[in-house]
Structures are given as C-alpha cells and as structure tokens.
Design a protein around this ligand. Sequence first.
Ligand code: THU
Length: 134
Amino acid sequence: MEKLYIELLEKAKEAAKNSYSPYSNFPVGACVLYESKKTYTGANVENVSYGLSLCAERNAISSAIANGEKTKIKAIAIYSPKQTNCLPCGACRQWLSEFSNNDSDTKIILEDKNKNAFVLTLEDIFPYGFKFDE
Ligand code: THU
C-alpha cells in the first residue's frame, strides 16, 4: 500500500478513538490532507437529539478551516472500526467538493477487509453535485 495512504488511514484510526457516538455505537475517524501538505483529523460527535450529530469528515474539514487552512483538499481517509469501506454520506460528499479543486483529483481512501487501502475519487462517488452556474 502506498505509504501516504497508510499514514492517512493511521491518523483516521487514531481520530476514531476520540469519537463521541454513544447512540449509534458507530465510531468514525477522518483525516483530510490539503495541498499545503497539512493534515487535520475529525471524529463523529453525536447528540441525544440524534439529528444534530456531526460526521467525522465534516468535523475534520471544519477543523482545517478553523485553523486557517486556505489550500484545497487532496485526499481524505475515513475509518470505522465497525465497518470496512466506510464511505462518506451525501452531505459530506458535498462538503468535500466545496473544498476540492477538481473532484476527479480528490482521493477517498478507505480500508478494505484485507486491511488494504481502497482508493476512489470524489468524482466516482459524487458525479452530479450542486454547483452555481459559472
Ligand atoms: N458517520 C460519519 O461520521 N461518517 C460517515 O462517513 C458515515 C456516518 C457517523 C454519523 C453517526 O454519528 C454515525 O456515523 C452512524 O451513522
């Protein structure tokens, strides 16, 4: 497996340990890599009012913005100890697209059941996202 993918998945795994998910018992961690080469992690944070729960991916992106990141997203690794190939939800796909230069260059990195990286692009999983007319 490419070294970069291993590193990003390791960071996503560490982040999943910080998940607050007492309602679903489904921890998720994410690690987003920017063109600046900086990485930011996030975990899902749930609430007793279930619909207020926040996903790991959007928390990682929010952390990047809150810390002054100005470049675009190159890749995101996502990990849940409960499920292999933990794909981002629709809302997180739209968020990833917002901060990507080109969806076909943004890598989505997951871990398959053999513990190998499974790599898709954002375009693969989000081909018709919302955009304003140019
Ligand atoms: N969740 C994420 O954080 N990211 C995903 O890619 C899928 C779902 C969270 C939301 C909720 O806290 C729990 O996983 C179960 O849906």
